[in-house]
Design a protein around this ligand. Structure first.
Ligand code: MTE
Length: 332
């Protein structure tokens, strides 16, 4: 079984989600005082409540998110609090420190949003995100996110399978890879005009076709039941839970199906450190640090919360067969 449908989920696994639901309902009731004490450390600090309670995104998206189908849970671990998920980010277009994407993306306006579908498909063209999402039922999925920097989170995304979108465009038999591109707009993304930036913008990523079509591969438009905040990759981003976080490209403006393996930002910058595949693998260390364990957020000096890293980030039973016969040290 690839992913668990709501009906298959044992009661023990529903706990984190129900806490989150309870929390959301509680926040809706606008009675935040004491909330974090009542519901334990899954709850956010009161200072962030107003941010989370804010309804983001246009009406059509809010309605679609409100109609998301029941959750699909792929982990029973505790959710990472909203504050960590949205204030400890890598989104280098807005800065290199973890707090900067939240601090500096406030003026970014991701709606309306156009996406180019290009390459080996029947109907290439420019599409409104709103039109691309028409008729798609969103679902809520709880995934682990493991960054190559050895920290990790557990995030309730709202999204849909990338395969659903790709199938609509009838990929040709020559389509072997999918290339993704982030928006390039230095007026809105300050680091793209920075003299000191070491990234050759725009940020690009790619997947093999079978990885892209895998049921776990998600296009997310929301998290914690709301449209994505800008720092998390609004209006939509990739989420590939068995790969290091850098594969999960944000604020996508182009999806191109290609015959050849596309270039990817980090493998261009440091090919000896970051490969095209970037599968989470505790046995293959980064040249400068171990990948055997990770710091699960929230973590602090006195409570570092270090846990062992799992092969394919814990999704091995679902994805290992994609790589059978491949030497994962060579194809890292
Ligand atoms: N996408 C773009 N366009 N720019 C980025 O800098 N950072 C990547 C990935 N997607 C990045 C990106 C990295 S390194 C990680 S770990 C994840 O986004 C982080 O996602 P999060 O900030 O939502 O946790």
């Amino acid at each position: 079984m690839l992913i668990k449908k709501a009906s298959d989920i044992p009661a023990s696994e529903i706990t984190p989600e129900s806490i989150y639901r309870a929390r959301r309902d509680f926040m809706r009731g606008a009675v935040a005082l004491g909330a974090s004490v009542m519901a334990g450390n899954v709850l956010a600090a009161p200072s962030q409540v107003s941010d989370q309670a804010k309804d983001r995104g246009p009406d059509w998206l809010r309605q679609q998110i409100a109609g998301a189908s029941p959750r699909v849970i792929t982990t029973d671990e505790k959710l990472t609090p909203y504050d960590n998920v949205t204030h400890y980010n890598n989104f280098y277009e807005f800065g290199y420190r973890k707090e900067e994407p939240a601090e500096r993306s406030g003026d970014f306006n991701p709606y309306p949003w156009k996406v180019e579908i290009a390459g080996e498909v029947d109907k290439p063209g420019m599409y409104d995100l709103e039109d691309l999402l028409k008729g798609i039922t969103l679902e809520e999925r709880i995934y682990r996110l493991r960054c190559v920097e050895a920290w990790s989170m557990v995030i309730p995304w709202v999204g849909f399978q990338l395969a659903t979108l790709l199938k609509r465009f009838n990929p040709t038999s020559r389509a072997k890879y999918v290339a993704f591109t982030t928006l390039e707009d230095p007026k809105q993304m300050p680091e793209q005009s920075s003299y000191f930036s070491s990234i050759d913008w725009p940020y690009v990523e790619g997947l093999r076709m079978d990885e892209a079509m895998h049921p776990l591969t998600l296009l997310a438009v929301g998290l914690y039941g709301k449209a994505l905040p800008n720092q998390s990759g609004a209006p939509f981003r990739l989420v590939v839970p068995w790969k290091y976080g850098f594969k999960s490209i944000k604020s996508i403006v182009k999806i191109e199906l290609t015959e050849k393996e596309p270039p990817t930002t980090w493998s261009q910058i440091a090919p000896q450190e970051y490969g095209f595949y970037a599968n989470v693998n505790p046995k293959v260390d980064h040249p400068r640090w171990s990948q055997a364990s990770e710091r699960r957020l929230p973590s602090s000096l006195f409570s570092p919360n270090i846990i062992p890293t799992q092969m394919f980030n814990g999704y091995a039973d679902q994805v290992a067969s994609l790589y059978s016969g491949m030497d994962l040290r060579t194809y890292f």
